[in-house]
Every structure is written in structure tokens, then in C-alpha cells.
Design a protein around this ligand. Structure first.
Ligand SMILES: Nc1ncnc2c1ncn2[C@@H]1O[C@H](COP(=O)(O)OP(=O)(O)O)[C@@H](O)[C@H]1O
Ligand SMILES: [Mg+2]
Length: 289
């Protein structure tokens, strides 16, 4: 079963001259998303990378029906986002966590913050407390239930933002650079929560990030450049395209970079397969032993 299908999706934000008679090939240059197709299976963890302005946030908003394609289709859990009767179901099932943790806190106390979403969609009040418990557990924040939101670290706030989204019980979790404003510890906390939700609850994850180390954990990576999908493949495949990624303003995980440079100087430690620091350590240790 497919959770997300993008089928030749085109989107632009505005059309200043509706009667612009230039050919479509010319007009399309100003589109934020151009002819993008990809799909995400149920329970799959897909990362989206691309430099600033490449269309990543637009893609996230197309995925929950906040934006509707001008051409092509976005299909979520079998529902076309173009049909307005599907939008409630789609938005309930696609939880998005954004970049700034401070803009996502609604209530002063953690449990009220998490309860806000389910209350808003009319979940019966006797069910809400259980949902708050479940969501707090899923992000490892049970002990903060009665804490003031302002006392939390950035990473903790993002975990609460994720819990708030989980309390609505979405099938798909979209993270739009949700770790960008966090310190390394906060980033790790959030990524671990996301990995766990994916593994333990089979939650479908679309992780938009500019940290290549995070993308390396995905089952699949989609690379955007100027609104177009330019690469799609496993992390190992994507990070093998080192020169091309550099050319479009992206990098590779630090461990891959080290392995690559070692390979250049004649020390071959399976450079194509190395994505994480632990793998790098293991390969070097093996080589030295
Ligand atoms: N609300 C908006 N109105 C007009 N143009 C926008 C708006 N949001 C984004 N854009 C433009 O759409 C393109 C893609 O933006 P975005 O999806 O935010 O990229 P990313 O998230 O990869 O940085 C950029 O050229 C950006 O300037
Ligand atoms: Mg963005």
C-alpha cells in the first residue's frame, strides 16, 4: 500500500499575468515544484534533501493538502488532494512538524498543548487523557506532562510538537527541517524519536532535512533542485553521487567524505557503503587489526 504518491506534480505560488502567452516550457521556470513524481510506501522512511528554495516545504504542504497541485496528482492513502471532500481525512492523517519549536507551542503546560490537537478535531474528552499519555510515551517525555512549555530545551519542545501531532493519530509524519534550530543533542533526540516511531509503530515518515547525517538513516532519499526531482535512491546510491551533490549545493555525510578521501589516498575501506560514523570506525578498525 502506498502512503504518498506524487504524480507529475507542478505547483507555482502566483501567476502575476494570467494572460502570459509565453510557452509553458518558459513559464515553468518560475514554478516552485516542477513535474515531481515519487512515492512512499506505508511504513517507509523517506528523506527529502535540497538546497534552500528547492521546493522542500512546498512539497510538504502539497502532501497534506495545504497546497493543491496545478497539474498532476498528489494522492495520500488513496485519496486525491484535489477532491475537497478528501481534505479533512488527509489533514488528519498527515501530521506536519515545522522548523521553529517556539511557533508550535499553543498552551503553557505540556499536557494542554498536546491535548489541543485532539480536542480540535472533536475527540471525546474521556479519550483525550489516554492519547496524551500515549503520545508523551512515544516521544519519551512522560515525566514532563505537567511542566511549563517554556522550561523545555529546543529538542524537548520539538518532541512535544511531535507528540501534539501524534495525539491526532496520523498515519504519516512529515518533518519540515524540524531539527534545523536545535543543537546536536536536540537533533539526536528528535531523530531517535522519529526512527522509533517509524520502527515501532510502522509510521510512514517524510523527513525534510539539510543534515545529510539524518538523511542517511532513511530507506530512500529524494533530492530536489530548483523544484525538480533530480535523484532518488538508497542513501548509499545518493551519497555516491558526490560530485553531482556538490554541484547542486549539497554535501555527503561526514563519514562518507572521510571514507572517500581515504579511498583517494589508496586506503580502501569500502568507501561507497559508509554513511555513519560507527561504520567508519568499524571499517578502519578492521583494516588496522
Ligand atoms: N508563500 C510563497 N509565495 C511565493 N513564493 C514562495 C512562497 N513560498 C515559497 N516560495 C518560493 O517557492 C520556491 C520553493 O520554496 P520552498 O518550498 O520554501 O523551498 P525550501 O523549503 O526547499 O527552501 C522558492 O523559490 C520560494 O521563494
Ligand atoms: Mg523549507
Amino acid at each position: 500500500m502506498k502512503s504518498i504518491i506524487f504524480n507529475n506534480v507542478f505547483f507555482k505560488y502566483s501567476n502575476p499575468q494570467a494572460n502570459d502567452s509565453r510557452p509553458f516550457e518558459e513559464l515553468v521556470k518560475n514554478y516552485a515544484v516542477k513535474d515531481v513524481s515519487f512515492s512512499v510506501d506505508e511504513g517507509q522512511f523517506v528523506a527529502v534533501i535540497g538546497h534552500n528554495g528547492s521546493g522542500k516545504s512546498t512539497l510538504a504542504k502539497l502532501a497534506n493538502g495545504l497546497l493543491i497541485p496545478e497539474k498532476g496528482e498528489v494522492n495520500i492513502l488513496g485519496l486525491d488532494t484535489k477532491e475537497s471532500k478528501n481534505l479533512y481525512e488527509i489533514r488528519k492523517n498527515v501530521g506536519i512538524v515545522f522548523q521553529n519549536p517556539d511557533n508550535q507551542m499553543i498552551a503553557a503546560i505540556v499536557e494542554d498543548d498536546i491535548a489541543f490537537g485532539p480536542e480540535n478535531i472533536g475527540v471525546p474528552s474521556e479519550e483525550i487523557s489516554g492519547r496524551v499519555d500515549w503520545a508523551l510515551n512515544a516521544v519519551g517525555m512522560q515525566q514532563f506532562r505537567n511542566t511549563s512549555s517554556y522550561r523545555l530545551s529546543g529538542g524537548q519542545k520539538q518532541r512535544i510538537a511531535i507528540a501534539g501531532v501524534l495525539a491526532i493519530k496520523p498515519k504519516i509524519l512529515v518533518l519540515d527541517e524540524s531539527t534545523a534550530m536545535l543543537d546536536p543533542i536536540g537533533r539526536k533526540e528528535v531523530l531517535n524519536v522519529v526512527k522509533n516511531l517509524n520502527k515501532e509503530f510502522n509510521m510512514t515518515v517524510l523527513l525534510i532535512t539539510h543534515y545529510m547525517e539524518e538523511a542517511a538513516f532513511a530507506d530512500k532519499i529524494v533530492v530536489l533542485n530548483d523544484g525538480e526531482k533530480v535523484l532518488e535512491g538508497s542513501p548509499a546510491e545518493i551519497f555516491n553521487s558526490y560530485d553531482y551533490l556538490k554541484q547542486i549545493g549539497l554535501s555527503v555525510p561526514f563519514a562518507s567524505e572521510v571514507a572517500r578521501r581515504l579511498a583517494f589516498s589508496g586506503v580502501d575501506i569500502n568507501s561507497g557503503g559508509i554513511l555513519a560514523t560507527e561504520q567508519l570506525f568499524e571499517s578502519i578498525s578492521r583494516l588496522l587489526s
